[in-house]
Design a protein around this ligand. Structure first.
Ligand SMILES: Nc1ncnc2c1ncn2[C@@H]1O[C@H](COP(=O)(O)OP(=O)(O)OP(=O)(O)O)[C@@H](O)[C@H]1O
Ligand code: NI
Length: 379
């Protein structure tokens, strides 16, 4: 048995009521974060990664609302509600108020790093001033002590000449440097968990690699847990311990990172991996994922991935798969929501294959790439 998780999310649902209908952005996801691990949330644009991570601190913007599920952090209930029969939601007793989550949990316990540092940094104040003020607000340090701590933090995240650059403004820092400042801010309150929503996506790959190395190092030093949101399996491979793969509001696969890469359970995960550049294959070998992800407003019936899945069968169109445990590794579950595995007793093997668009295109795509590699593509 493992220790209790730091964070537990159960059957979380977050929706946006719009003119065109209800967007089921996050539709019943469950996962845990244990102490000291980096947990990835990966998936294509629109999968629900950001809404899911913002829901954890109840930071969903209007008209979004968490409609169901339970979020517990160190034994405190950040959110717990149930859908009533008439479709309303009812908060359970003992749930922290939104105010308490903002004051006692956010920053001190769970910090957030966003993709665009300029959203979090004020252009008219110096980097050092902002960091110092943040430290004064959140920790028992003032004046020179806070200044010294701010400089130490800048040094810690790899800002060269930290003392001199303390007095510079955000626009004098490169994108990578600004992202390092945000990491310093997140770490400044010594939180147990940092939620990072694609913080390296806008950076070039070299700088991205440096930031990922830094996070890895700091994670080891401070033992901080991370939730790392990305659309990039390369990033997942580099820093995550365990991974949640999201598709259209659902977690379709969940596994320790090596298991996900080498014992892939879900065709969507496989498609993400096949579309990832790797040193051992040429660009022409890359296999983009067929079709586009449908709208979360009107998800396909059955398995939501079935219209794009090369392995889809009739049963996949009719029955909706929930993630089920297909293996256990080092005490962690490997869950997949695909009927191909024997744990699902729904007659996948006897079910007729779907001759859908994805299959046709998949076969054509394969021929094309065979031709390309047979032609001796060099780059
Ligand atoms: N304010 C909003 N109003 C209506 N729908 C929204 C709103 N915010 C997000 N959504 C919808 O919720 C779904 C999930 O969006 P989300 O931003 O979480 O995706 P994501 O996986 O983070 O994508 P990306 O990689 O592009 O950041 C999408 O269908 C999106 O259109
Ligand atoms: Ni996002």
């Amino acid at each position: 048995m493992r220790d209790k998780p730091l964070l537990r999310v159960e059957n979380l649902k977050t929706q946006f009521v719009t003119e065109n209908g209800t967007v089921r952005a996050v539709d019943g996801i469950s996962f845990e974060v244990y102490e000291g691990e980096i947990v990835g949330i990966v998936g294509e644009s629109g999968a629900g990664k950001s809404v899911a991570s913002m829901s954890l601190l109840r930071l969903v913007d209007n008209p979004g609302e968490i409609v169901a599920g339970e979020i517990t952090y160190k034994g405190r209930t950040i959110f717990a509600a149930e859908e009533t029969e008439d479709g309303d939601r009812r908060l359970q007793d003992g749930v922290l108020s939104a105010e308490t989550v903002r004051q006692e949990i956010r920053g001190n316990e769970i910090a957030v790093i966003f993709q665009d540092p300029m959203e979090s940094l004020n252009p008219v104040f110096t980097i050092g001033g902002q960091l110092r003020e943040f430290i004064e607000l959140n920790r028992d340090l003032t004046g020179d002590e806070a200044r010294k701590e701010a400089i130490d933090m800048l040094r810690e995240v790899g800002i060269p000449d930290a003392e001199a650059r303390y007095d510079e403004y955000p626009h004098q820092f490169s994108g990578g440097m600004r992202q390092r400042v945000l990491i310093a801010m997140a770490l400044a309150c010594q939180p147990s968990l940092i939620i990072a929503d694609e913080p390296t996506t806008a950076l070039d790959v070299t700088v991205e690699g440096q930031i990922l190395d830094l996070v890895d190092e700091l994670q080891r030093k401070y033992g901080t847990s991370f939730i790392w949101v990305t659309h990039d399996m390369g990033v997942v491979a580099e820093i995550c311990d365990r991974v949640n793969v999201m598709y259209l509001g659902e977690i379709v696969e969940q596994a320790p990172v090596d298991e996900l890469f080498y014992e892939t359970g879900h065709p969507y995960t496989k498609a993400l991996l096949d579309s990832m550049p790797r040193p051992d294959r040429t660009v022409t070998d890359l296999d983009p994922i067929r079709g586009v992800m449908p709208e979360a407003i009107d998800p396909p019936p059955g398995c939501r991935f079935h219209p794009r899945c090369p392995d889809a069968r009739e049963v996949c169109r009719q029955v909706h798969p929930e993630p089920a445990e297909i293996d256990r590794v080092d005490g962690f579950s490997h869950r997949s929501a695909c009927f191909k595995r024997d744990v699902f007793d729904v007659g996948y093997d006897e079910s007729p294959p779907l001759d859908n668009l994805a299959r046709g295109e998949s076969e054509r795509g394969q021929e094309a790439s065979e031709v390309a590699s047979g032609g001796g593509a060099s780059e």
